[in-house]
Design a protein around this ligand. Structure first.
Ligand code: NAD
Ligand code: WQD
Length: 338
Protein backbone atom coordinates (compact mmCIF):
# COMPACT_ATOMS: atom_id res chain seq x y z
CA UNK A 1 0.00 0.00 0.00
CA UNK A 2 1.01 3.63 -0.42
CA UNK A 3 0.75 5.24 3.00
CA UNK A 4 0.80 8.98 3.72
CA UNK A 5 2.41 9.75 7.08
CA UNK A 6 1.36 13.21 8.25
CA UNK A 7 4.02 14.14 10.81
CA UNK A 8 6.12 11.21 9.60
CA UNK A 9 9.48 12.85 10.43
CA UNK A 10 8.65 12.87 14.16
CA UNK A 11 9.49 10.33 16.83
CA UNK A 12 6.76 7.73 16.28
CA UNK A 13 6.26 8.54 12.58
CA UNK A 14 9.91 7.95 11.67
CA UNK A 15 10.02 4.54 13.37
CA UNK A 16 6.72 3.60 11.74
CA UNK A 17 8.04 4.69 8.34
CA UNK A 18 10.99 2.29 8.68
CA UNK A 19 8.74 -0.64 9.59
CA UNK A 20 6.29 0.13 6.76
CA UNK A 21 9.15 0.23 4.24
CA UNK A 22 10.55 -3.03 5.57
CA UNK A 23 7.10 -4.63 5.29
CA UNK A 24 7.04 -3.71 1.58
CA UNK A 25 4.81 -0.63 1.67
CA UNK A 26 5.49 2.73 0.03
CA UNK A 27 5.81 5.80 2.22
CA UNK A 28 4.96 9.45 1.57
CA UNK A 29 5.75 11.91 4.37
CA UNK A 30 4.37 15.39 4.94
CA UNK A 31 5.87 17.33 7.84
CA UNK A 32 6.51 21.00 8.58
CA UNK A 33 9.51 20.05 10.75
CA UNK A 34 8.12 22.16 13.60
CA UNK A 35 9.22 19.39 15.98
CA UNK A 36 11.53 17.29 13.82
CA UNK A 37 14.32 17.37 11.26
CA UNK A 38 14.63 16.40 7.57
CA UNK A 39 17.66 14.38 8.69
CA UNK A 40 15.22 11.88 10.26
CA UNK A 41 13.78 11.16 6.79
CA UNK A 42 17.25 10.59 5.34
CA UNK A 43 17.93 8.05 8.08
CA UNK A 44 14.52 6.40 7.58
CA UNK A 45 15.51 5.79 3.95
CA UNK A 46 18.84 4.36 5.08
CA UNK A 47 17.19 1.97 7.58
CA UNK A 48 14.19 1.13 5.38
CA UNK A 49 16.38 0.48 2.34
CA UNK A 50 14.03 2.50 0.10
CA UNK A 51 13.33 6.08 -0.92
CA UNK A 52 10.51 8.07 0.66
CA UNK A 53 8.55 10.80 -1.12
CA UNK A 54 8.57 13.78 1.24
CA UNK A 55 6.95 17.21 1.40
CA UNK A 56 7.79 20.07 3.74
CA UNK A 57 4.34 21.53 4.40
CA UNK A 58 1.84 22.43 7.08
CA UNK A 59 -0.96 19.84 7.14
CA UNK A 60 -3.40 22.71 7.79
CA UNK A 61 -2.57 23.99 4.29
CA UNK A 62 -5.40 22.45 2.30
CA UNK A 63 -4.07 23.42 -1.14
CA UNK A 64 -0.76 21.72 -0.38
CA UNK A 65 -2.41 18.59 1.02
CA UNK A 66 -4.65 18.43 -2.07
CA UNK A 67 -1.54 18.58 -4.22
CA UNK A 68 0.00 15.65 -2.28
CA UNK A 69 -3.13 13.56 -2.95
CA UNK A 70 -3.05 14.59 -6.63
CA UNK A 71 0.59 13.61 -7.01
CA UNK A 72 0.38 10.32 -5.10
CA UNK A 73 -2.21 7.57 -5.22
CA UNK A 74 -2.58 7.31 -1.43
CA UNK A 75 -4.27 4.17 -0.03
CA UNK A 76 -4.11 5.03 3.65
CA UNK A 77 -3.28 8.02 5.88
CA UNK A 78 -1.64 7.85 9.30
CA UNK A 79 -2.06 11.11 11.21
CA UNK A 80 0.85 11.75 13.59
CA UNK A 81 1.01 15.52 12.99
CA UNK A 82 -0.01 16.76 16.40
CA UNK A 83 1.40 19.08 19.01
CA UNK A 84 1.91 16.99 22.13
CA UNK A 85 3.40 18.98 25.03
CA UNK A 86 0.83 18.76 27.82
CA UNK A 87 2.12 21.77 29.83
CA UNK A 88 2.38 23.98 26.73
CA UNK A 89 -1.20 23.08 25.83
CA UNK A 90 -2.38 24.58 29.12
CA UNK A 91 -0.56 27.85 28.32
CA UNK A 92 -1.45 27.92 24.62
CA UNK A 93 -4.76 26.06 24.26
CA UNK A 94 -5.82 27.75 21.02
CA UNK A 95 -2.57 26.74 19.31
CA UNK A 96 -3.28 23.12 20.28
CA UNK A 97 -6.96 23.14 19.26
CA UNK A 98 -6.13 24.88 15.97
CA UNK A 99 -3.25 22.61 15.02
CA UNK A 100 -4.53 19.25 16.17
CA UNK A 101 -8.12 19.60 15.03
CA UNK A 102 -7.49 21.58 11.83
CA UNK A 103 -4.91 19.03 10.59
CA UNK A 104 -7.43 16.24 11.16
CA UNK A 105 -10.24 18.04 9.32
CA UNK A 106 -7.95 19.01 6.43
CA UNK A 107 -6.78 15.44 5.97
CA UNK A 108 -10.35 14.08 6.12
CA UNK A 109 -11.61 16.62 3.57
CA UNK A 110 -8.75 16.01 1.16
CA UNK A 111 -9.16 12.25 1.54
CA UNK A 112 -12.84 12.55 0.67
CA UNK A 113 -12.02 14.59 -2.45
CA UNK A 114 -9.38 12.07 -3.50
CA UNK A 115 -11.49 8.99 -2.70
CA UNK A 116 -9.05 7.75 -0.04
CA UNK A 117 -10.93 5.80 2.64
CA UNK A 118 -8.46 4.59 5.27
CA UNK A 119 -7.40 6.69 8.25
CA UNK A 120 -5.22 5.62 11.16
CA UNK A 121 -5.08 8.07 14.04
CA UNK A 122 -2.46 8.65 16.77
CA UNK A 123 -4.65 8.78 19.82
CA UNK A 124 -3.59 8.42 23.42
CA UNK A 125 -4.31 6.64 26.68
CA UNK A 126 -5.06 10.13 27.97
CA UNK A 127 -8.62 9.84 26.53
CA UNK A 128 -9.55 7.38 29.31
CA UNK A 129 -9.33 10.41 31.62
CA UNK A 130 -9.69 10.47 35.36
CA UNK A 131 -12.87 8.38 35.66
CA UNK A 132 -11.62 4.98 34.51
CA UNK A 133 -9.58 2.52 36.58
CA UNK A 134 -6.72 0.54 35.03
CA UNK A 135 -6.27 -1.63 33.14
CA UNK A 136 -7.93 0.52 30.46
CA UNK A 137 -10.14 -1.39 28.02
CA UNK A 138 -11.30 0.00 24.66
CA UNK A 139 -14.97 -0.45 25.64
CA UNK A 140 -14.66 2.09 28.49
CA UNK A 141 -16.23 5.51 27.93
CA UNK A 142 -13.85 8.37 27.20
CA UNK A 143 -13.21 10.36 30.40
CA UNK A 144 -12.30 13.94 31.32
CA UNK A 145 -8.82 15.24 30.63
CA UNK A 146 -6.80 17.58 32.81
CA UNK A 147 -5.41 19.59 29.86
CA UNK A 148 -6.25 20.89 26.35
CA UNK A 149 -3.86 18.42 24.67
CA UNK A 150 -5.88 15.51 26.03
CA UNK A 151 -9.15 17.17 25.03
CA UNK A 152 -7.90 17.53 21.43
CA UNK A 153 -7.51 13.74 21.33
CA UNK A 154 -10.99 13.19 22.79
CA UNK A 155 -12.49 15.66 20.29
CA UNK A 156 -10.66 14.17 17.32
CA UNK A 157 -11.83 10.67 18.23
CA UNK A 158 -15.41 12.02 18.24
CA UNK A 159 -14.91 13.84 14.91
CA UNK A 160 -13.50 10.69 13.32
CA UNK A 161 -16.34 8.53 14.64
CA UNK A 162 -18.90 11.00 13.24
CA UNK A 163 -17.11 11.09 9.88
CA UNK A 164 -17.17 7.27 9.69
CA UNK A 165 -20.86 7.16 10.68
CA UNK A 166 -21.69 9.53 7.82
CA UNK A 167 -19.51 7.74 5.28
CA UNK A 168 -19.86 3.95 5.37
CA UNK A 169 -16.86 3.59 3.04
CA UNK A 170 -14.53 5.16 5.59
CA UNK A 171 -12.29 3.04 7.82
CA UNK A 172 -10.99 4.72 10.97
CA UNK A 173 -8.51 3.06 13.30
CA UNK A 174 -7.96 4.86 16.59
CA UNK A 175 -4.66 3.75 18.11
CA UNK A 176 -4.40 4.67 21.78
CA UNK A 177 -0.72 4.76 22.62
CA UNK A 178 0.47 4.31 26.18
CA UNK A 179 4.00 5.60 26.99
CA UNK A 180 6.31 5.11 23.99
CA UNK A 181 10.04 5.07 24.78
CA UNK A 182 13.17 3.57 23.22
CA UNK A 183 14.58 3.98 19.73
CA UNK A 184 15.45 1.97 16.63
CA UNK A 185 17.98 -0.69 17.65
CA UNK A 186 20.58 0.85 15.29
CA UNK A 187 20.65 4.06 17.35
CA UNK A 188 20.23 6.03 14.08
CA UNK A 189 16.75 7.41 14.81
CA UNK A 190 15.14 8.26 18.14
CA UNK A 191 13.29 10.87 20.15
CA UNK A 192 14.73 14.37 19.76
CA UNK A 193 12.80 16.75 22.02
CA UNK A 194 13.34 20.49 21.60
CA UNK A 195 14.44 22.27 24.80
CA UNK A 196 13.86 20.74 28.21
CA UNK A 197 12.20 17.31 27.81
CA UNK A 198 8.69 16.96 29.23
CA UNK A 199 8.73 13.18 29.28
CA UNK A 200 10.55 10.84 31.62
CA UNK A 201 12.79 8.75 29.35
CA UNK A 202 14.31 11.59 27.29
CA UNK A 203 14.98 13.43 30.55
CA UNK A 204 16.75 10.38 32.02
CA UNK A 205 18.79 9.99 28.81
CA UNK A 206 19.86 13.64 28.90
CA UNK A 207 20.93 13.36 32.56
CA UNK A 208 22.90 10.21 31.67
CA UNK A 209 24.68 11.94 28.77
CA UNK A 210 25.50 14.99 30.92
CA UNK A 211 23.14 17.53 29.31
CA UNK A 212 21.11 17.88 32.56
CA UNK A 213 22.33 17.73 36.15
CA UNK A 214 19.63 15.51 37.66
CA UNK A 215 16.12 14.18 37.24
CA UNK A 216 13.32 15.38 39.49
CA UNK A 217 10.92 12.54 40.24
CA UNK A 218 7.48 14.12 40.34
CA UNK A 219 6.03 12.88 43.62
CA UNK A 220 7.06 10.08 45.97
CA UNK A 221 3.83 9.82 47.95
CA UNK A 222 1.38 8.27 45.45
CA UNK A 223 -0.70 5.23 46.49
CA UNK A 224 1.62 2.85 44.59
CA UNK A 225 4.13 0.26 45.87
CA UNK A 226 7.12 2.66 45.87
CA UNK A 227 5.18 5.95 45.99
CA UNK A 228 5.96 6.94 42.36
CA UNK A 229 3.51 6.82 39.43
CA UNK A 230 2.90 3.66 37.42
CA UNK A 231 2.82 3.73 33.60
CA UNK A 232 2.74 1.30 30.69
CA UNK A 233 5.99 1.95 28.78
CA UNK A 234 6.10 0.51 25.27
CA UNK A 235 9.07 0.21 22.91
CA UNK A 236 8.58 2.59 19.97
CA UNK A 237 9.49 -0.24 17.55
CA UNK A 238 6.68 -2.41 18.95
CA UNK A 239 4.40 0.61 18.54
CA UNK A 240 5.62 1.00 14.94
CA UNK A 241 4.82 -2.67 14.27
CA UNK A 242 1.32 -2.00 15.61
CA UNK A 243 0.85 0.64 12.89
CA UNK A 244 1.87 -1.80 10.17
CA UNK A 245 -0.74 -4.25 11.49
CA UNK A 246 -3.36 -1.48 11.67
CA UNK A 247 -2.73 -0.32 8.10
CA UNK A 248 -2.99 -3.89 6.83
CA UNK A 249 -6.17 -4.49 8.87
CA UNK A 250 -7.72 -1.29 7.45
CA UNK A 251 -7.34 -2.68 3.94
CA UNK A 252 -10.13 -5.23 4.52
CA UNK A 253 -12.38 -3.63 7.15
CA UNK A 254 -14.85 -0.75 7.33
CA UNK A 255 -16.03 1.44 10.19
CA UNK A 256 -14.27 2.46 13.40
CA UNK A 257 -12.01 0.26 15.51
CA UNK A 258 -10.14 1.29 18.63
CA UNK A 259 -6.96 -0.44 19.77
CA UNK A 260 -4.83 0.09 22.86
CA UNK A 261 -1.14 -0.15 22.06
CA UNK A 262 0.57 -0.91 25.36
CA UNK A 263 2.32 -3.88 26.96
CA UNK A 264 -0.14 -4.33 29.82
CA UNK A 265 2.69 -4.21 32.38
CA UNK A 266 3.05 -1.17 34.63
CA UNK A 267 6.39 0.16 35.90
CA UNK A 268 7.07 2.94 38.39
CA UNK A 269 9.36 5.93 37.81
CA UNK A 270 11.92 4.36 40.16
CA UNK A 271 11.69 1.04 38.25
CA UNK A 272 12.58 2.92 35.06
CA UNK A 273 15.57 4.64 36.66
CA UNK A 274 16.86 1.29 38.00
CA UNK A 275 16.27 -0.49 34.68
CA UNK A 276 18.10 2.26 32.79
CA UNK A 277 21.07 2.08 35.17
CA UNK A 278 21.31 -1.68 34.95
CA UNK A 279 20.90 -1.83 31.14
CA UNK A 280 23.50 0.88 30.50
CA UNK A 281 25.84 0.85 33.51
CA UNK A 282 25.32 4.63 33.79
CA UNK A 283 24.15 6.23 37.05
CA UNK A 284 21.14 8.56 36.89
CA UNK A 285 21.22 11.27 39.55
CA UNK A 286 17.73 12.04 40.83
CA UNK A 287 15.80 13.60 43.68
CA UNK A 288 12.18 13.23 44.71
CA UNK A 289 10.26 16.48 44.16
CA UNK A 290 6.65 17.60 44.38
CA UNK A 291 3.89 16.04 42.31
CA UNK A 292 3.30 17.43 38.78
CA UNK A 293 -0.18 18.88 38.28
CA UNK A 294 -2.47 16.63 36.27
CA UNK A 295 -0.49 13.36 36.69
CA UNK A 296 -2.62 10.29 37.39
CA UNK A 297 -1.13 7.85 39.95
CA UNK A 298 -1.38 4.82 37.66
CA UNK A 299 -2.57 3.54 34.33
CA UNK A 300 -1.81 0.72 31.96
CA UNK A 301 -3.40 -1.06 29.03
CA UNK A 302 -5.49 -4.11 28.54
CA UNK A 303 -3.92 -5.03 25.20
CA UNK A 304 -5.92 -8.20 24.54
CA UNK A 305 -7.93 -6.71 21.66
CA UNK A 306 -4.89 -5.72 19.58
CA UNK A 307 -3.43 -9.18 20.18
CA UNK A 308 -6.62 -10.94 19.18
CA UNK A 309 -7.81 -8.79 16.28
CA UNK A 310 -4.56 -7.44 14.82
CA UNK A 311 -2.35 -10.37 15.78
CA UNK A 312 0.01 -7.83 17.35
CA UNK A 313 2.09 -8.54 20.41
CA UNK A 314 4.92 -6.56 22.00
CA UNK A 315 8.28 -8.30 21.66
CA UNK A 316 10.72 -5.93 23.30
CA UNK A 317 11.53 -5.79 27.04
CA UNK A 318 12.10 -2.86 29.37
CA UNK A 319 15.81 -3.64 29.13
CA UNK A 320 15.59 -3.27 25.31
CA UNK A 321 13.78 0.05 25.75
CA UNK A 322 16.54 1.39 28.01
CA UNK A 323 19.44 0.00 25.97
CA UNK A 324 18.09 1.37 22.67
CA UNK A 325 17.30 4.79 24.18
CA UNK A 326 20.88 4.96 25.43
CA UNK A 327 22.36 3.88 22.10
CA UNK A 328 20.47 6.68 20.34
CA UNK A 329 21.34 9.30 23.01
CA UNK A 330 25.01 8.32 23.27
CA UNK A 331 25.53 8.32 19.49
CA UNK A 332 23.51 11.54 19.01
CA UNK A 333 24.02 13.56 22.20
CA UNK A 334 22.41 16.63 20.59
CA UNK A 335 19.76 14.65 18.69
CA UNK A 336 19.63 15.36 14.95
CA UNK A 337 21.00 18.84 15.61
CA UNK A 338 24.72 18.05 15.66
P1 NAD B 1 6.53 14.35 17.35
O1 NAD B 1 6.38 15.76 17.75
O2 NAD B 1 7.88 13.75 17.40
O3 NAD B 1 5.93 14.11 15.88
C1 NAD B 1 4.89 14.88 15.36
C2 NAD B 1 5.36 15.38 14.01
O4 NAD B 1 4.30 16.18 13.42
C3 NAD B 1 6.59 16.29 14.08
O5 NAD B 1 7.51 15.85 13.11
C4 NAD B 1 6.05 17.70 13.73
O6 NAD B 1 7.01 18.47 13.07
C5 NAD B 1 4.87 17.35 12.86
N1 NAD B 1 3.77 18.34 12.85
C6 NAD B 1 3.08 18.86 13.90
N2 NAD B 1 2.13 19.72 13.45
C7 NAD B 1 2.23 19.72 12.08
C8 NAD B 1 1.52 20.39 11.05
N3 NAD B 1 0.54 21.25 11.32
N4 NAD B 1 1.89 20.15 9.78
C9 NAD B 1 2.90 19.30 9.48
N5 NAD B 1 3.59 18.63 10.42
C10 NAD B 1 3.27 18.84 11.71
O7 NAD B 1 5.51 13.49 18.24
P2 NAD B 1 5.37 11.92 18.39
O8 NAD B 1 5.81 11.56 19.76
O9 NAD B 1 5.96 11.24 17.24
O10 NAD B 1 3.79 11.82 18.38
C11 NAD B 1 3.07 11.56 17.19
C12 NAD B 1 1.59 11.58 17.51
O11 NAD B 1 1.32 10.62 18.52
C13 NAD B 1 1.08 12.92 18.05
O12 NAD B 1 -0.20 13.15 17.53
C14 NAD B 1 0.99 12.69 19.54
O13 NAD B 1 -0.01 13.48 20.13
C15 NAD B 1 0.61 11.22 19.58
N6 NAD B 1 0.99 10.57 20.84
C16 NAD B 1 2.28 10.64 21.27
C17 NAD B 1 2.64 10.05 22.47
C18 NAD B 1 4.05 10.14 23.00
O14 NAD B 1 4.24 9.95 24.19
N7 NAD B 1 5.05 10.42 22.17
C19 NAD B 1 1.68 9.36 23.21
C20 NAD B 1 0.37 9.30 22.74
C21 NAD B 1 0.05 9.91 21.55
C1 WQD C 1 5.85 9.48 33.01
C2 WQD C 1 6.05 9.44 34.52
C3 WQD C 1 5.75 11.57 35.60
C4 WQD C 1 9.23 13.55 33.84
C5 WQD C 1 2.45 11.91 28.76
C6 WQD C 1 1.15 12.51 28.32
C7 WQD C 1 0.31 11.46 27.67
C8 WQD C 1 1.08 10.75 26.56
C9 WQD C 1 2.43 10.27 27.01
C10 WQD C 1 0.71 11.88 24.52
C11 WQD C 1 5.02 10.26 35.27
C12 WQD C 1 7.17 11.08 35.74
C13 WQD C 1 8.26 12.61 34.17
C14 WQD C 1 10.16 13.96 34.82
C15 WQD C 1 9.10 12.46 36.38
N1 WQD C 1 1.41 11.67 25.50
N2 WQD C 1 8.20 12.09 35.41
N3 WQD C 1 10.05 13.39 36.08
O1 WQD C 1 2.70 11.99 31.83
O2 WQD C 1 2.54 9.46 31.65
O3 WQD C 1 2.17 10.85 29.68
O4 WQD C 1 3.13 11.35 27.63
O5 WQD C 1 -0.41 11.52 24.34
O6 WQD C 1 -0.81 12.09 27.20
O7 WQD C 1 0.48 13.02 29.45
O8 WQD C 1 4.44 10.65 30.53
O9 WQD C 1 6.89 10.64 30.37
O10 WQD C 1 5.70 12.78 31.07
O11 WQD C 1 5.76 10.85 32.61
O12 WQD C 1 9.05 11.98 37.51
O13 WQD C 1 11.02 14.82 34.61
O14 WQD C 1 7.32 10.02 34.83
O15 WQD C 1 5.31 12.17 36.78
O16 WQD C 1 4.76 9.59 36.47
P1 WQD C 1 2.91 10.77 31.05
P2 WQD C 1 5.76 11.29 31.09
Amino acid sequence: MKVLLAGGAGYIGSHTAVQLLRAGHEVVIVDDFSNSSPEAIRRVEELGGKKVVSYEADVKDKEKVRQIFRENDIDCVIHFAGLKAVGESVRLPLKYYRNNIDTTLTLLECMEEAGCTRFVFSSSATVYGEENDPPYVETMKRGSCSNPYGWTKVMMEEILEDAAKANPKLTVILLRYFNPIGAHESGRIGEDPQGIPNNLMPYIAQVAVGRRDHLTVFGGDYPTPDGTCLRDYIHVMDLADGHVKAVEYAENHRGVEIFNLGTGTPYSVLDIIKAFESATGVKVKYEIGPRRAGDLPKFWADSAKAQKVLGWKTKRSLEDMCRDTWKWQKNNPMGYGK
